[in-house]
Design a protein around this ligand. Structure first.
Ligand SMILES: Cc1ncc(COP(=O)(O)O)c(C=O)c1O
Length: 395
């Protein structure tokens, strides 16, 4: 079966954050919206069918995933990443950010240091600071083209802060790196040396671009697996975020028990029934849809790259290895964080995530979610390029 990702689906009027909450969030309703990380594509029809079938039953009492659910997850991870997971190792959670918060609470005490790598998805900071832990930023190094991990600095910060937990973003939102085996090995060894548990947020794992391999941290070796909380979900891959299911893989029994205790004390037990049905259907039947979606997204990456190159030499698109989030260096415009935000909204008429919200190293950058119909993306890039061109002539 072939899927057509060009067909627009009206999202206004569905209470979606991306379009229906502009005014509530202080944005004008006429901005083109490319901020929050969900997609403008309906999920795979096979998943919709499974949800419809389940809703026909009419009873939505408490449910719990069974053997078929875990087999579907295991098959997906094994076929795509050579990663086998067992039912025992998996804790189902209502989301990855929730799981990050549970990990912070389970493996650290108030005041303890937690390492993150900014610029990074902003809830990484909130789950640390809102739980009264100390945020330690092992900032990513940027050489003007690409992001790297400064391993010496990472180890120094871990030693200095006596950190207990490291929250890794793989692939990294927003800078788009899919960390390579060598990088994961180095950071995994540093964490083992200092008794730091690794929480690996791999929610964007299925979006590795052609020629790039996503390597789940837990697959590198048994020691890493035993020191790791791996956060996975079908939500980004299949556009199911509103159905709120994540699969948290924790091979180590003691870590798993501590994590589960925290989940229980938060009052969470069974997952959303439809989320569970959708996740299982996604992993059982969604492979071909995803592969075609990724081809479509490649076309969007190409369009974005070409239009920026032709029209806005001031802006530099960072070469993404994964995700559907474009990270663009706008520092040559010479605007501070506030001015850039005003420029994007008032001149380009776009609703984007500006870089400063991702923490240190984010100022002067913007993030564009390209998981939309190509025609919409083209309009948005045109608006951005026109605003830059106008500014250039007015200077
Ligand atoms: C890196 C990362 N982790 C987690 C999430 C959100 O996950 P959830 O909706 O399962 O809490 C996002 C959403 O953008 C993300 O980019």
């Amino acid at each position: 079966m072939t899927y057509d990702f060009d067909i627009p689906t009206e999202r206004h009027g569905t209470d979606c954050l991306k379009f229906d909450r502009a005014e509530k969030r202080g944005r004008s309703a006429d901005l083109l919206s490319l901020w929050v990380a969900d997609m403008d594509f309906p999920t795979a029809p096979e998943i919709v069918d499974a949800i419809i079938e389940r809703t026909k039953h009419g009873i939505f009492g408490y449910t719990e995933p069974g053997a078929e659910y875990f087999a579907a997850l295991d098959n997906w991870l094994a076929q795509r990443y050579g990663w086998h997971v067992t039912e025992d190792e998996v804790i189902v959670a209502p989301g990855v950010v929730y799981a990050l918060a549970m990990a912070v609470r389970a493996f650290t005490e108030p005041g303890d240091a937690v390492i993150i790598q900014q610029p990074v998805y902003y809830p990484f900071s909130f789950v640390v600071t809102e739980n009264e832990r100390t945020l330690v930023n092992a900032q990513l190094a940027y050489d003007g083209k690409r992001y790297h991990i400064d391993f010496e600095e990472l180890e120094r910060l871990i030693e200095e802060s006596n950190a207990k937990l490291f929250i890794l973003c793989n692939p990294h939102n927003p800078v788009g790196r899919a960390w390579a085996v060598g990088e994961l090995e180095q950071l995994g060894k540093i964490c083992l040396r200092h008794g730091v548990v690794v929480v690996s947020d791999e929610i964007h794992m299925d979006f590795a671009r052609p020629g790039i391999e996503h390597v789940p941290f837990a697959t590198l070796n048994e020691q890493f697996a035993q020191n790791c909380v791996a956060c996975t979900s079908a939500s980004k891959t299949f556009n199911l975020a509103g159905l709120q299911v994540a699969n948290i893989v924790i091979p180590n029994k003691d870590l798993r028990r501590a994590f589960r205790d925290e989940v229980i004390s938060s009052g969470y037990s069974q997952p959303n029934t439809l989320g569970m049905v959708a996740t299982q259907a996604a992993y059982e039947h969604g492979g071909s849809w995803l592969d075609q979606l990724k081809d479509y997204l490649e076309g969007n990456w190409q369009l974005l790259g070409e239009m920026l190159e032709d029209r806005t030499p001031e802006l530099q698109l960072i070469e993404a290895e994964s995700t559907y989030l474009a990270w663009i260096d706008c520092r040559a415009l010479g605007l501070d964080a506030w001015q850039l935000e005003r420029f994007i909204e008032d001149e380009a008429k776009l609703w984007l995530d500006c870089g400063h919200i991702f923490g240190a190293g984010g100022d002067g950058f913007i993030r564009i979610n390209i998981a939309t119909q190509r025609s919409y993306l083209e309009r948005a890039i045109d608006q951005l390029a026109s605003a830059v061109e106008k500014r250039r002539t007015n200077l």
